[in-house]
Design a binder for this molecule. Structure first.
Ligand code: GLN
Length: 294
């Protein structure tokens, strides 16, 4: 037998991680809130519970990401279910969401009656599409909800994204389709359709050591890296964006720490205008946006 307090004192894990994992188990087995870590810290835990805890502790020690162990991750103003089929949403990507929301509010001011059409390429858990759908309705002046299309090449990822949409009650606002970037959106049907295109593609260079380290080892490699120079997906997405954007439509993509100049060049080559770069909270250039000409 052990108590919550003893278990937290003796764990080999960093304190914050141990608390997150233990709170998850206490919620799962006893429907207890996180505050039980303090308010019930003398609670005796059965040997079965301890066995479960030790197994979880061991998996974390082996590097499995906390988000996969507890099956969820907060992102922007929502919480997403995640498993090993999808990239764990990162705080950097909230920057892309905020930029998109800002642009959506602006576009709506210019044309209040129209319904915004948005394309999220490589949606994974549905993070970008769902954060936008969940937040936009609460912003001032929202009349029509946006029509969002979210694609992913992985059917497993689309399954997770759809579960998240159902859980967040957004299944009516987003259409999820299996597609390799724009492939399932044939021309001319989708020509010049979208007001916004958003994408967080796999941009890590295949040789980058980080892929062999820490939590990244457990994430789907195809969501992290293109298997090449890290720029090939960005190239494909940016090169075809003018076909799918309406005139004055907006594109924003996330990119790697050393890819800013390459992405700026791709945007210019695609004939896109008003190209802008944004840094993440760590001060690293992380997102580039641009606009299609009239
Ligand atoms: N920003 C992520 C990382 O480093 C990479 C995600 C991506 O490739 N889109 O870990």
């Amino acid at each position: 037998m052990s108590t919550i307090r003893a278990l937290l004192r003796n764990t080999v894990l960093p304190a914050a991680e141990a608390r997150t994992l233990l709170a998850h188990l206490l919620a799962h087995y006893f429907q207890l809130p996180k505050s039980a870590l303090i308010s019930r810290d003398e609670m005796l835990l059965s040997s079965d519970f301890l066995t479960t805890w030790q197994a979880l502790e061991k998996r974390r020690m082996n590097g499995e990401p906390i988000a996969y162990l507890i099956g969820k991750r907060p992102f922007h103003q929502i919480e997403l279910m995640v498993n090993a089929a999808v990239l764990i949403p990162r705080p950097e990507t909230e920057l892309l969401v905020d930029l998109a929301l800002q642009e959506m509010v602006q576009q709506r001011q210019q044309n209040p009656a129209s319904t915004l059409r948005i394309l999220d390429l490589g949606t994974g858990s549905g993070a970008i599409a769902l954060a936008i759908a969940s937040t936009f309705k609460d912003l001032p002046g929202s009349a029509n909800p946006p029509q969002i299309m979210a694609t992913d090449v992985s059917p497993e990822a689309i399954r997770v994204a759809k579960l998240n949409a159902a859980y967040l009650k957004q299944d009516q606002s987003i259409e999820f389709i299996v597609s390799n970037w724009y492939q399932a959106l044939p021309q001319p049907q989708w020509t010049a359709t979208f007001d916004l295109i958003l994408c967080n593609p796999p941009y890590i260079h295949a040789e980058d050591d980080h892929l062999q380290q820490g939590d990244l080892r457990f994430e789907p490699i195809t969501a992290l890296s293109d298997g090449k120079d890290g720029l090939s997906c960005l190239r494909a997405i940016i090169a075809d964006a003018p076909l799918f954007l309406r005139p004055q439509g907006f594109i924003a993509v996330e990119h790697g720490y050393d890819q800013l100049s390459s992405v700026l060049e791709m945007m210019a080559q695609a004939g896109l205008q008003e190209v802008r770069s944004y840094t993440d909270l760590a001060g690293i250039p992380r997102v580039v946006s641009a606009r299609k000409a009239i």
